[in-house]
Design a protein around this ligand. Structure first.
Ligand code: NAP
Ligand code: MG
Length: 492
């Protein structure tokens, strides 16, 4: 790779890399995608389509069916029929074979999935290729393995499926969230209506092609693209037995209200404002990498992003200096370039939201730092951003920004940092950096967060459960725990 050094205006040394664009020649997007209902691609009943665009350059990628309540109704009926006539009576080991098959075809088409995810979502190709797609496949493989072993997951109980489940997913990990949802639902014998986010429908539609190719019986998985009203129609449909939702806390609350008084089961995976805590005895260089990985990874579009950094006072100066140096070297730009560290913000709306918070932060008196970095002329981009001088009560320290923006606060004692970290309406994740194992156990048992990483951040595995406390939602996805929300347990 050709590379050369140059000095920035502030005198920092930077490396220039030649572009290393991932090829898109193996990807053939269609001009127009229909809804996937009853095993077939069908036109939306309104006849309407909407554009999905590439946030890296604002170009249109394809048109996608604008599903509405009538399409959701059709999809629920197809799912009910498939549940009654095929899926609920199929032997579990046969169900498993289909899930394995879907995972294997996805794996074979992994390069295509990764490029389409990058084009549609703006995330870096490195992340789509190394994290989203392999993890999505692994989730399906993992849950395929459980399908015929449910009596071991829930010993001495009779395990029954629920029926038709409605699943609504966000735009930050489009295929991965689809896999998190469909894997356990299929393994436990339910049928599905999935509603992808409006700004990232394409990998779900590729998944529909894979599902068709796998020979999965018609109607077991239905995918209806559209806007929030399609999601609401799914939540309110009387013949849906369970809703699994991942998205914002506001919509999560609406869903909870909508299902109150019905027999529908619900799981909600919502927002976060997770604390990343660096103690003075931590390995500082590794911690700096962990901070970068925790918040600048995926442009901060991660529900469990380590968006609140807490530094113990003796290492404040050192960590801040190293962090500023490190983010100066991050490459912000075309997500298809393998050198890019920070890709495009998912949509114009999300970029506007981030800018709104940057203004609020400055107005609140916090000090903002952004490295000098050229941004592409077209597309939605935000450089990695640090805020120091942040008060515990600051809006930027309390509300989820969902962008590459980190607030930095200090602490002296363990009790102080636990109090500060827990002082949040959210409780999704946290990170602890220290040499002492006892400190890890002490702090992690007192933090109110669903996932706590020690001396690492943003590590995922299909075998470990994920989910939040407080306004980060309830219910767990992943691991053996992820099966429970999809089954009814009865005495043997
Ligand atoms: P969102 O606005 O809540 O949307 C999530 C999904 O819900 C989308 O498919 C959306 O459709 C749909 N929707 C919108 N209004 C609805 C309604 N009234 N009823 C039913 N469905 C509705 O969230 P987002 O902005 O896409 O995603 C970002 C949020 O998700 C962040 O807060 C993030 O923290 C959270 N998140 C949490 C986790 C976790 O596991 N805890 C994981 C990833 C993301 P449209 O796209 O058409 O609006
Ligand atoms: Mg898009």
């Amino acid at each position: 790779m050709a590379e050369k050094k140059h000095k920035t205006a502030k005198g920092a040394i930077e490396w220039d890399y030649s572009p290393a664009l991932e090829s898109t020649s193996h990807v053939q997007l269609k001009d127009r995608y229909d809804l996937f209902i009853g095993g077939k691609f069908v036109k939306p009943s309104s006849g309407l389509y909407f554009d999905t665009i590439n946030p890296a350059n604002e170009e249109k990628l394809a048109e996608v069916g604008h599903g509405n309540a009538a399409d959701i109704d059709k999809a629920v009926k197809a799912a009910r029929k498939a549940y009654n006539e095929v899926w609920s009576i199929m032997p579990a080991k046969e169900r498993a074979k289909y899930i394995f098959r879907i995972a294997r075809i996805m794996q074979e088409r992994a390069r295509e999935f990764a490029v389409v995810e990058t084009l549609d979502a703006g995330k870096t190709i490195r992340e789509a290729r190394d994290i989203d797609i392999p993890l999505a496949c692994n989730h399906l493989f993992y849950y395929a393995g459980w399908a015929d072993k449910l009596e071991y997951a829930f010993p001495n109980r009779s395990v029954r499926s629920l029926g038709v489940v409605g699943q609504i997913i966000p735009w930050n990990f489009p295929l991965l969230m689809a896999a998190w949802k469909i894997g356990p639902a299929l393994a436990t014998g339910n049928t599905i209506v999935l509603k992808p986010a409006e700004s990232t429908p394409l990998t779900a539609l590729l998944l529909a092609e894979v599902i068709k190719e796998s020979g999965l019986p018609e109607g077991v998985v239905n995918i209806v693209t559209g806007f929030g009203d399609a999601g609401a129609a799914l939540v309110n449909h009387p013949d849906v037995n369970k809703i699994a939702f991942t998205g914002s806390t506001n919509v999560g609350k609406l869903i909870q209200q909508a299902v109150a008084g019905t027999k529908k089961k619900v799981t909600l995976e919502l927002g976060g404002k997770s604390a990343n805590i660096i103690f003075q005895d931590a390995a500082i260089d590794q911690a700096v990498e962990g901070i970068v990985n925790g918040i600048f990874f995926n442009q901060g579009h991660v529900c469990c992003a380590g968006s609140r950094l807490f530094l113990q006072e003796p290492v404040y100066e050192e960590v801040l200096r190293k962090l500023k140096d490190r983010i100066q070297t991050l490459i912000v730009g075309n997500p298809l370039d393998k050198n890019t560290d920070v890709g495009a913000i998912n949509s114009k709306e999300q970029l506007d939201t981030i800018h709104k918070y940057l203004k609020i932060g400055k107005k609140e008196g916090a000090e903002m730092y952004q490295p000098e970095c050229p941004l592409p002329a077209k597309g939605y981009y935000c450089p990695p951003t640090l805020f120091t001088n942040v008060a515990q009560s600051s809006i930027i320290a309390q509300e989820e920004i969902f962008g590459p923006v980190l607030t930095i606060q200090t602490f002296r004692t363990v009790d102080e940092v636990i109090q500060k970290a827990n002082n949040s309406p959210y409780g999704l994740a946290a990170g602890i950096w220290t040499e002492k194992g006892s400190q890890i156990f002490n702090v992690s048992s007192r933090l109110r967060a669903g996932v706590i990483w020690a001396n690492t951040y943003n590590k995922f595995d299909p075998t470990s459960p994920f989910g939040g406390y407080k306004e980060s939602g309830f219910g767990r996805e992943g691991g053996i725990h992820g099966l429970a929300p999809y089954v009814k347990l009865e005495a043997l």
